[in-house]
Design a protein. Sequence first.
Length: 636
Amino acid sequence: MTSAPQTVSVADIQAALPAYEIDREIGRGGCGVVLAGTHRKLGRRVAIKQIPPHFAGDVSVRRRFAAEARLMSAIDHPHVMPIYDYVEDGSLCALVGEFLSGGTVGERFARSGLDPASSIAVAVSCAAGLGAAHAVGVLHRDVKPANLIFAASGAVKLTDFGIAKIIGGGETLVTRAGDVLGTPAYIAPEQARGQELSPATDVYALATMVYELLSGTMPFPPADGMSLLFMHAFEEPTPLTEVAASVPGRVAEVVMTGLATDPADRFATAEEFGVALAGAAAGVWGGEWLPGSGVPLIGAETIMSAATGRLSSSVSVARGRERASAVGAAAAEATVRSTQVPSGGQAAAAPPATVVVRPIGARPDDGVGAADVRRDDVVAAREVVKFSSPRVPTIVAAALAAAAITAALVGVGAPSHGGDLPAGAATVAGVDPTSSAVSANLRDAVPVAVRAPGVDSVDLSTEVLGVRVAGHRAAVVAGGAPVEMAPPLPAWVFPQPMTARLALAAQSRPVGSTSFEFHTGWRSWLTATAAATLLVTLFALAYVESSIRTLRRGYGRVSAVIGLVASAIAADIAVCGWAWVLLGHEPTVPTLVVSAIIAAGAGGAAAVAAGRVGAIARIHRRRRRQRARRRVESGW
């Protein structure tokens, strides 16, 4: 990773903000140094955070900075750090906001831990702040304990709104070396994949944070930044009750709904998540849990009503998604039940204040800060965290398979019949083969009468795909009497119709021949061809299934790809066989070639689709191994 300057000088910042007295550095984050200052006239303490100058020099970044700063200044909520001012001056882009001295939620959690009620109180406060930001069109994109700071009153306030968008636009950024800008441990799946974001994106990050505060661990096992991106993008999180059995089931269900991989399965808004979470807490601990947490909730009437048990079960706490609606409605109903205690009954149990949760193991890696990298060293995560969708090759495979089956059943061209034998030169079973199809019972001799003069021998044979299969030659009886010829082959070998050929010769020199349609009178489905077709079908389908299963499991062996293509061709040949057996469509060389080529394409497309599924399966296997290892190490 190439080093980069983190900040402009304090003197430059002071010159750009003459209304403020800058006195000291109060922290360093992904955006560089955070400074404390005081408004000279108002005496108001402020925090000054700058965008790294090597990003601020980008015209698009500066444009986003101005737009987001105006939006952030419009957020007026007790649980959001207010933005008082912003400045653009040369290479400086800086935000001026409220000075908060209580430390971050992450610091307190790491230092002394949090009890369950306090963790839920922090979460619903955050949900209230997010709801206010979403109302003015601002997504946070980086919700985490380090971006929640305690005010002097004990309330928590969200900070760093819009910073991720200012720097990355609509993209999650990673370095070319594979480091993630920001905190990958809290990133939503759609954010990791570079897809469209919504309020549900912040809900996912908030649910991840609640999971951590309640269990001391993360929904996914510790890993490097890129591995975490892949896990969030394509994996399911470990159930909360699996890592923290003491977490009430109602609370855990709300949290896991917020962690749904598909945004459509989460709560549509942060307020809905907050209402459901507060209602679940009230349903377990009663309506007095929030005041006892020591973390005040301000400016969030609906969430407060759910937390204290005043929210009616008729209130829709989930106005969007079906799954989230069910969870939210259940939480609200539980809240009402828990606070309407009949005479002589007992209220819900109070939260276990003595149970303090602390981080288990190392805290999540904060990733790489924007101040630590050069602008040209970063790329969009979607260029790295991506698996080609199996959808398109699956559709292509299905379409090609349908085309191959159609070609095999309908046929491409008809069997070639006819020849240079003159009409009336001979008859087979009393029929002139040059003008019509011939039917004969192959269990008996086949009568052949030759009328052409000078002919001394006759040959009757059967053909498949233009190739002679079997036949017999006989001498012509003088006077034109029919020759009783032995059947060219048993009737049970091939279905009907088949192609037969009659050839006449004089003194071993060809006189003429013709091929014609030949019916044996034998049931086609009782032939050896039908039995062979059945066996080929079974073997082909078995190999298709086996090859696809191998590829879908992530074992991308060349042999599996070749086997899938070959078995697809074999299956197509079987379809041609069934077309002959059941429909009476004798196969032709063009039919076999065209349908086999199409079937090979279908097999190849299916191999691509299965391979893409297998790429995700490999991530799943690694995830299961990591989960099993974590269980062993933790003694679960």
